[in-house]
Design a protein around this ligand. Structure first.
Ligand SMILES: C[S@@+](CC[C@H](N)C(=O)[O-])C[C@H]1O[C@@H](n2cnc3c(N)ncnc32)[C@H](O)[C@@H]1O
Length: 226
């Protein structure tokens, strides 16, 4: 279930979010830490799909010879370039992921994507990313998922407590702001997310042997080696 917003609307909303995003978002950091723990052995060329302000690409840079990082939002790419002047091994580009991947078969040792694929059709995106990996290359995806329903009440209450504590710490450390939270709230109002079981189903259809796991804070993690 891709986001109800059009690419133009997604681009405009993230252009606004770009300049409001401080470094070190604590929730994205969990995803980045997991990605850094699961890197493949060969790391000549990596791609970050939906790179936002480039935080993950900068954290990958010491571990990968070259990184390409793409985003649909020109605002995000401007901000990412501005913040990455001391990471010359990263090439940023403003591009739609399908157009970018289409011209690059069997190219990357590593493709990563955090909090981006709910904006597009997951199966098409996974197939496109799988084609763009070299044999032996690795795909690491983290995205939001829906865990509503009474069966999950206790887990969700625990997650809400953890999330509220993290948001408060982030606000106090100025790693978030009221304006950023409002911008994300407006952006997220019409979004829909897959359930973990749907993400598992889709992954098993197009990436045989993929490992998909859920996390406390409403995310799934997908690891697949071509
Ligand atoms: C929630 S942000 C996540 C940014 C970053 N990965 C992070 O974790 O902080 C989602 C990003 O995906 C980008 N995006 C959405 N659809 C895209 C597409 N079709 N191609 C490339 N980027 C896209 C948006 O512009 C936005 O910057």
């Amino acid at each position: 279930v891709p986001s109800a917003a059009s690419p133009a609307q997604i681009r405009a909303e993230f252009d606004e979010i770009a300049s409001l995003t401080p470094p070190g978002n604590p929730i994205a950091r969990d995803a980045e830490d997991w990605i850094l723990r699961n890197l493949p052995e060969r790391r000549e060329l990596a791609l970050d799909v939906g790179c936002g302000v480039g935080e993950l690409a900068r954290r990958l840079a010491p571990h990968v010879r070259r990184t390409e990082a793409i985003d649909l939002s020109a605002g995000m790419i401007d901000e990412a370039r501005r913040r990455s002047v001391s990471s010359p091994s990263i090439d940023f580009a403003c591009a739609d992921l399908f157009e970018w991947l289409d011209g690059r078969p069997a190219t990357y040792d590593l493709i990563v994507s955090v909090a981006t694929l709910h904006h597009v059709d997951l199966e098409s995106a996974l197939r496109a990313m799988a084609r763009a990996l070299r044999p032996g290359g690795r795909l690491l995806v983290v995205d939001l998922c829906d865990r509503s329903g009474p069966r999950h009440l206790l887990t969700n209450l625990l997650a809400m407590g953890v999330n509220a504590a993290r948001e408060t710490v982030a606000l106090l450390r100025r790693r978030s702001s009221w304006h950023l939270r409002q911008a994300y709230r407006r952006h997220g109002r019409n979004e829909t997310y897959l359930r973990l079981a749907d993400a598992e189903d889709i992954a098993s259809r197009c990436l045989p042997g993929a490992r998909v796991t859920g996390t406390l804070l409403w995310r799934y993690r997908l690891l697949w080696t071509r």
